[in-house]
Design a binder for this molecule. Sequence first.
Ligand code: AHM
Ligand code: MG
Length: 316
Amino acid sequence: MPVTLNRIAKEGANGPAMMPIIQGVGRAGIEISALLRGAVFRGALGVAGSENVQGEQQQKIDILSDEIFLDEMRSTGHVCAVGSEEQEELLMIDEYSHSDWVVLVDPLDGSSNLDIDGPVGTIFSVVKRKTASSEMPHVSDTLQSGREVVAAGYVLFGPSLMLVCSVGEGVHGYTFNPNSARFELSHPDMSIPATGGYYSVNESNADKWLDGMGSKLEALKESSGLGMRYVGSMVADMHRTLLKGGIFLYPADEKNSTGKLRLLYEAIPMGYLIENAGGKASCSADLAILDVEPEGLHQRVPVYLGSTSAVEKLLG
Ligand code: AHM
Ligand code: MG
């Protein structure tokens, strides 16, 4: 018998509570995947004409994916609020406002890849609310460090549909089997290789990087002999980094002086997975991503994620 997402209920203290939420993420993944496959026929590709809170052009599919994800979180009956990269404010789920769990999501990360039929992904994490269940959830419920995360993961829309997640007991990868219409465990106990792999970064920004990162990367390249790969979609780049080792980085630069990637929607969930897979996730030489105390829903940070040896060699 194949092992399905039901197994999550047996994974440690948080497994039983997280299973319905991760099953909801799986359903959202199946729906978003169908949306992506049919988008060109429905006129759903291209910009929506609106901007998100960070002033970025929203694609129609960003908005539709956000709606799908929110609906699926509502349908779990266990989520009181969702913070989304596509929404300025925290979204309340009124009918379940007494529930314990708050979900943070980037519903469609790497959406600039849609024009070229490249891989994209959904990134999520779950924290327990701090406010009393008799109150409405509040944005302060989302401003918790990565050390408070109880589950995180991503859906990768690639040649196959994958859900990679952790509830704090290892990292496990499930692949959607179109014959059984279920996610089945395909990559149990993922651990990041200690050596080898690739460095992955938008190197065209090198002359604008802050913190001497240009020369630090040159030194890493010389001493490690790592190959280079960059998809420009964090989920795809991180999936490769998790499987093959090496490092993914998005440093601060002159344009994005605190980095480009979002702490709550991208950095913390990926940092949680990488640490649970035996790797290292840093914002700088002496600050782990999971130790950053968030100050705002859409805060950005520099990220260095990957094999411990590669991250330490780069940051010194
Ligand atoms: P998005 O959330 O607006 O899609 O932006 C995040 C994406 C990541 O997937 C990727 O790592 C990065 O932006 C790529 O940025 P760049 O095009 O500057 O290399
Ligand atoms: Mg995005």
